[in-house]
Ligand binder design. Structure first.
Ligand SMILES: [Zn+2]
Length: 244
């Protein structure tokens, strides 16, 4: 059943961790939710898994410089949204795999920041024929590795025992996961108040936005479509799993 916390500020989570493949992913999918919750007092953190060094159409782009540029864009966007800190791993853009190393890196951050809610991609989203869209393999890998890290790897003390032994990180139970999915959604967040903040965060990714006006219109169209099914003006939608 679809449900919404948008009019119930008591449901704002205390600590939120977003896990994504590339700088900008979380801002396109979830920045309205992040801004809304951060404004209501949530502590929000981002973890970006790849170096983002393939994200350019410029034939002269230097991959190392692109990594630095995109990380700074992500920090700038995070600052606009009220995100408290951004963590970066250094996996190669376009080559992210669901490995134990990736899962350990995600589990480490989960055990450090101890989120109530984790936001990531829905790894089930392989393609959408109606939208003419194939999901990026890094997005799928990030989503699957994050789900695996949430359950059971961050939770069980015998998983990655080195995280406790060497780093003193206690296991942690995440309460809920929000999976970003364009069409398959059971949970909506009213982002009407924070839509302009979301757009400002997306515009901070200067290297990724060729036509700001077209991008803004596209984001508004999508938020209106989701908002219509949530009974509000503008919304973001997710598949939410409350972990029993
Ligand atoms: Zn991406």
């Amino acid at each position: 059943m679809a449900h919404s916390d948008s009019d119930n500020p008591q449901k704002v989570p205390r600590i939120v961790l977003g896990v994504a493949a590339h700088p900008d992913d979380l801002d396109f999918s979830s920045a309205g939710t992040v801004a809304t919750w951060a404004a209501a007092g949530a502590e929000v953190y981002y973890l970006v898994l790849t170096n983002g060094n393939k994200g350019s159409a410029d034939r002269t782009a230097d991959p190392a410089a692109l990594t630095e540029l995109r990380r700074q864009e992500q920090r700038d966007a995070a600052a606009i949204l009220g995100v408290k800190d951004v963590f970066f791993c250094d996996y190669e853009d376009g080559a992210l795999e669901v490995t134990m190393d990736v899962k350990r890196d995600i589990a480490r951050i989960i055990r450090q920041v101890r989120p109530e809610v984790v936001i990531t991609f829905d790894p089930c989203m392989l393609y959408n024929a109606d939208m003419g869209f194939i999901n990026h393999p890094d997005h799928r890998a990030a989503g699957q590795a994050t789900l695996d890290a949430v359950y059971p790897l961050a939770r069980d003390h015998l998983s990655f025992p080195e995280l406790y032994r060497d780093e003193g990180l206690e296991p942690h139970n995440v309460s809920a996961v929000l999976l970003a999915n364009f069409t398959n959604q059971n949970y909506h967040v009213n982002i009407t108040e924070c839509f302009d903040t979301k757009i400002a965060a997306i515009m901070a990714h200067t290297s990724q936005v060729a036509d700001p006006e077209a991008m803004k219109n596209m984001m508004r169209t999508m938020a209106s479509r989701i908002g219509a099914s949530a009974g509000v003006s503008l919304a973001e939608g997710f598949m939410r799993i409350d972990i029993a």
